[in-house]
Design a protein around this ligand. Structure first.
Ligand code: NAG
Ligand code: ZN
Length: 270
């Protein structure tokens, strides 16, 4: 009753490399890396009309030109090409990455490729050709109104290979607020669908996106369930953590500037 199993069949035959994704992130084994500074998101606030397609194994939003990330430790710029989602069944566990063994109800991937490439198929030939930003979702009591246009659009593409246009959307609407993006995990891995190319610089954000139970059940009519790949062995890899230390620095600067300003002579405004 689902179109997913054939995809996972292929995965098990082809995707047997040593640097596969997703993984379980063990927080006590992460290494802090101060070079993992906050992202510069370019064009994320830009409003656009995008095609949303049910491709039989996920729901994908194609992105216009001009959306980019500039990242600490990644020398080059990466341009965003598409967004897609992984989920479970009836709002149950469905994320691909897990944190200390915990699986979340859903995960969003914003897929970027190095600026110099024209397509994902070109970019996967480069070990660091692809940068995926991953976001985990958590069930909340209240409806996340920023997701209403997307959840509404999903009801129009229940049939496999159908598509619809999502109007007046921006990536900023889909992700946590900028101040919550300083903390993230980084490791090197693969695409989680065939051919599982080991070309991905993974960034998984610690801050989650809240969706109500009803919103998480959007996929109920699509006949697509459990669209996630199970976690893969870490093998000889290290997961790094940004610690969000830039926020700490800015606090220090703020406190210093308060101290300095109180130490300066005061002029009365008379
Ligand atoms: C979108 O759907 C229409 C039919 O509603 C179809 O003609 C068109 O080829 C589809 N486009 C893509 C890119 O899948
Ligand atoms: Zn994905």
């Amino acid at each position: 009753q689902t179109s997913s199993p054939d995809v996972w069949q292929v995965v098990s035959q082809q995707c047997s490399g040593r640097f596969q994704s997703p993984i379980n992130i063990v927080t006590r084994k992460m290494l802090p890396d101060e070079q993992l500074t906050p992202f510069h998101l370019v064009g994320y606030q830009k409003t656009f009309h995008g095609r949303l397609t049910n491709n039989g194994h996920t729901v994908q939003l194609d992105l216009p030109l001009g959306i980019m990330i500039k990242v600490g430790r990644l020398a080059e710029n990466y341009k965003a090409v598409q967004v897609h989602f992984h989920w479970g069944q009836n709002g149950g566990p469905g994320s691909e990455h897990t944190i200390d063994g915990e699986q979340f109800p859903m995960e969003m991937h914003i897929v970027h490729i190095k600026e110099e490439y024209d397509s994902l198929s070109q970019a996967v030939k480069d070990q660091t050709g692809v940068a995926v930003l991953g976001f985990l979702f958590q069930e909340s009591e209240t409806t996340n109104k920023k997701y209403t246009p997307l959840v509404d659009a999903l009801t129009r593409i229940i049939e496999p290979s159908s598509n619809t246009t999502l109007t007046d959307i921006s990536l900023e609407m889909l992700i946590p607020p900028k101040e919550d993006l300083a903390k993230y995990f980084r490791y090197h891995g693969s695409l989680t669908t065939p051919d599982c190319a080991e070309a991905v610089v993974w960034t998984l954000f610690e801050s989650t996106i809240p969706l109500s139970r009803n919103q998480l059940r959007f996929s109920d009519g699509t006949q697509m369930v459990q669209t996630y790949r199970p976690v893969q062995p870490l093998n000889a890899r290290q997961v790094y953590y940004s610690k969000g230390q830039i926020l700490v620095v800015s606090w220090v600067l703020l406190i210093m500037s308060v101290l300095l300003s109180s130490a300066l002579p005061q002029y009365s405004e008379g």
